[in-house]
Design a protein around this ligand. Structure first.
Ligand code: NAI
Length: 303
């Protein structure tokens, strides 16, 4: 029998929780007993303007339902202020859900520096700032959970989203290293690539499907990843519409040439099919495993 997942003694920060997926996460965490800091800058989906009403509304919803929450209206790029407020209000931080995000979709040849920079700043720098400010607290208490919000646009690419894809896959890179660095302090770090019907995807997803992709269908995974029961770290999970699955890297068996004699571009061409053949593919879980084939090739030809 699975134990109930409770957060009575835990404080959770959810960024960008004034609407969409973040709101659903915040409501579910509160229902599981967490004290929740609901952060939202309250600007447009393109990152313009600001308003306190989005976060305030969600805090009101949580309180109406008997939960505990406070609002914060800072940008995630001022992450230390968000963490400071959680400390002032609740005295600790156990979980950070980096969810805030914007879109500045443009094909690469039309992209301006402002589109590139703003997307980087909100998604990557924002997630960095909030997490960086919470990290020492988590290390000190020997417990922490961090969730980053990646995207299938980063994993697979998406037309018109060079800036967004860069930022979203960057967050998975951050996840992988923080998982390694956090493990000994019991700080577990995972990433999700969600799909949900929110203002961000309105007009992009056909209306009928949009209705079915309820944001609440993403949140149970986030709550689980933040719980004591979850011992996984460094994972990337696609989730939406009631479905979820784990993503991992796959690498072909590859081809080893003789490093002593060297080899030509034509040798690469002649072996291209084998280099790209995924039969008997490997799934390296870390850097050491990833380097194994290369080292074996050196050894094969050594001496
Ligand atoms: P949304 O637009 O409904 O929610 C994003 C929230 O972040 C908004 O409430 C916005 O005010 C807030 N925000 C934006 N910039 C902020 C800043 N600088 N500081 C604090 N808050 C800020 O969009 P949605 O769909 O709920 O997105 C949530 C996350 O999920 C984002 O990171 C998004 O990139 C990601 N995502 C969503 C997908 C979807 O299908 N909806 C697909 C893949 C990723």
């Amino acid at each position: 029998m699975t134990q109930p997942i409770r957060f009575e003694d835990k404080v959770v920060i959810v960024t960008g929780a004034g609407g969409g997926l973040g709101r659903a996460h915040a409501l579910l965490f509160a229902r599981h007993g967490a004290r929740v800091l609901v952060n939202d800058l309250g600007g447009t989906a393109q990152g313009e303007g600001a308003s306190s009403s989005a976060a305030d509304r969600v805090v009101e919803e949580i309180r109406q339902a008997g939960g505990t929450a406070v609002a914060n209206h800072d940008s995630v790029t001022d992450g230390e202020r968000i963490v400071e407020q959680a400390l002032d209000s609740f005295g600790r931080v156990d979980v950070v859900v980096n969810n805030a995000g914007i879109l500045r979709d443009r094909t690469f040849h039309k992209m301006e520096d402002a589109d590139w920079d703003l997307v980087y700043r909100v998604h990557v720098e924002g997630a960095y700032k909030v997490t960086r400010a919470a990290w020492p607290l988590m290390r000190e208490q020997g417990h922490g959970r961090v969730i980053f919000t990646a995207s299938t646009s980063g994993i697979y690419g998406n037309f018109g989203q060079a800036n967004y894809g860069m930022a979203k896959l960057g967050l998975y890179g951050l996840t992988r290293t923080l998982a390694l660095e956090g493990r000994k302090s019991n700080i577990l770090v995972n990433a999700i690539a969600p799909t949900g019907g929110t203002r961000m995807t309105e007009g992009l997803i056909p209306p009928q499907v949009f209705e079915q992709l309820k944001p609440e269908l993403v949140s149970p995974l986030v709550v689980y990843l933040a719980s004591e029961q979850c011992q996984d770290s460094g994972g990337l999970f696609e989730v939406g519409g009631g479905w979820m699955g784990k993503v991992r890297w796959e690498r072909s068996l590859g081809v080893g040439f003789d490093p002593r004699t060297g080899f030509a571009a034509e040798d690469v061409a002649a072996n291209w099919t084998r280099i790209c053949d995924f039969q008997d593919a490997a799934h390296p879980a870390d850097n050491l495993e990833a380097l194994r084939e290369m080292m074996a090739n050196l050894q094969k030809y050594a001496g």
